[in-house]
Design a protein around this ligand. Structure first.
Ligand code: NAD
Ligand code: DAU
Length: 338
């Protein structure tokens, strides 16, 4: 039988890749994309699926109780995938309120509607950042205690524990995925990889925070989305699944690699004031989803990073429109005086 799927935040980076991946493959799914179109939401990301019979867009806020209940009543969703979030750590340091509203309150509104109308699966898209920071050794497992350090990760942890509590208390079939750092097309230029590509293309300084030795664990966005599809269909209610591709990199290594791919000089690198409370290292153990659900990452980092750089080179119109607008003000605020 076909499934009705509510995807929230589907006009952002990961959500729009998810929708582009699912719409042509899943004619057994009717997808409704609820997105507020904040600075990070962009309908241009979804041009390829516009007009598809199994896809609909609704502009709206997940904190809007009335709208969310109306949509649940109208569509009687089988699956919910909650991508909608304020997602950028640096912005959460500049001000945390929007993070609390969308990431905690918004998730709660969706959970309450799911409880009221009933769903087959509610997937809360979470992040490895809820585990805090690692030292030189070790990996985050699903048993690692939550210890978020930034307002962003604290708000994501808030939604996680709420989703867990709804399973425990009401038997709502919630599942949580905690993924590591994504890269790929349509990522908003505030994030490390697109920011460095675009600055390098402009021969502009590449601002590396602190000593550049912080470690992130990188996964291609389509591999993350395949994991979400797997957990949505086969994940066990009440469970958490870590998702990652075991590709740890120091920030400075990524930045140098981007320069190498673009044939630009390392003299563009500028070490700048560190991010306050900057988590040192993330690394994720995803053996549970591999063993229990048979998911595996498919993309090789070396190839997918080149593909990503190429995408930004070939889609200048996409990012030019973004960086010429409101984003310019954010960039000034974030990077002047660093
Ligand atoms: P993004 O910032 O690119 O997109 C977020 C989307 O949510 C935007 O389209 C925005 O308009 C929408 N949105 C924001 N507030 C909303 C609201 N109140 N109501 C409805 N829509 C709203 O984010 P992303 O990088 O695509 O991340 C998507 C999800 O995945 C987030 O929950 C994030 O925490 C999680 N995640 C991201 C990464 C990563 O590396 N980017 C890794 C793990 C988990
Ligand atoms: O781990 C998953 C998380 O990855 C997601 O939950 C978040 O939504 C996503 O934004 C991302 O968070 P990070 O803080 O790891 O990503 P960001 O791209 O902001 O930064 C990656 C690393 O690069 C981090 O160590 C900070 C550093 N950095 C970032 C920027 C923007 C720089 O050195 N210079 C920069 O200008």
């Amino acid at each position: 039988m076909g499934k009705k799927v509510l995807v929230t935040g589907g006009a952002g980076f990961i959500g729009s890749n998810f929708i582009q991946y699912a719409v042509p493959r899943r004619d057994d799914w009717e997808i409704v994309n609820l997105d507020k179109l904040t600075y990070a939401g962009n309908l241009e990301n979804l041009k390829e699926v516009e007009g598809a019979a199994n896809y609909k867009f609704v502009k709206g806020d997940i904190t809007n109780n009335e709208l969310v209940n109306y949509l649940f009543e109208k569509y009687r969703f089988d699956y919910v995938v909650n991508f909608a979030a304020e997602s950028h750590v640096d912005r959460s340091i500049l001000g945390s309120e929007a993070f609390f509203r969308t990431n905690v309150l918004g998730a709660n509104v969706l959970l309450e509607a799911a409880r009221r109308f009933g769903v087959e699966k509610f997937l809360q898209v979470s992040t490895d950042e809820v585990y805090g920071s690692l030292g030189e050794e070790g990996l985050f497992t699903e048993q690692t205690p939550l210890s978020p350090n930034s307002p962003y990760s604290a708000s994501k942890a808030g939604a996680d524990v709420m989703a867990k509590a709804f399973h425990h208390t009401y038997g709502l079939p919630t599942v949580i995925t905690r993924c590591s750092n994504n890269y790929g097309p349509y990522q908003f230029p505030e994030k490390l990889i697109p920011l460095m590509i675009i600055n390098a293309l402009h021969n502009k300084e590449l601002p590396v925070y602190g000593d550049g030795l912080n470690v992130r664990d990188w996964i291609y966005v389509i591999d993350h989305n395949r994991a979400i599809e797997t957990v949505l269909e086969n994940g066990k209610p009440g469970e958490v699944y870590n998702v990652g591709a075991s590709r740890e990199m120091k920030n400075i290594e990524i930045v140098k690699l981007i320069l190498k791919i673009l044939g630009k000089p390392e003299s563009l690198i500028k070490f700048v004031k560190d991010r306050p409370g900057h988590d040192r290292r993330y690394a994720i153990d995803s053996s549970k989803i591999k063993k229990e659900l048979g998911w595996q990452p498919e993309f090789e980092f070396e190839e997918a990073i080149v593909r990503t750089v190429e995408w930004y080179k070939n889609n200048e119109n996409w990012w030019r429109r973004i960086i010429s607008g409101e984003y310019q003000k954010y960039y000034e605020k974030q990077y002047s005086n660093r």
